[in-house]
Design a protein. Structure first.
Length: 81
């Protein structure tokens, strides 16, 4: 019975040291690195570029069909008489 107690006591010391070491490494990793942010920005840019390629014609038609009721900026307003 004493050897069982000694074994469990030794095991608790060994595992406590390992758990403490792992907790230190977890605490040191606080946030995302610049590489992770760069990958995220690159993925978003690829998604936007793919969406523009796929829906480009429909987007152009949509924006060309919008009318604000004013005169277009490319043509001068008619002079008032």
């Amino acid at each position: 019975m004493v050897s069982l107690f000694q074994t469990l006591h030794t095991l608790s010391y060994v595992t406590a040291d390992r758990v403490a070491d792992r907790l230190k490494t977890v605490k040191e990793e606080k946030g995302a690195s610049a590489v992770e942010y760069a990958i995220l920005v690159g993925a978003i840019a690829l998604a936007v570029a793919a969406a523009v390629l796929v829906f480009g014609g429909k987007l152009e038609a949509l924006f060309n069909g919008i009318s604000l009721g004013g005169t277009p900026a490319s043509t001068p307003a008619a002079p008032k008489s």
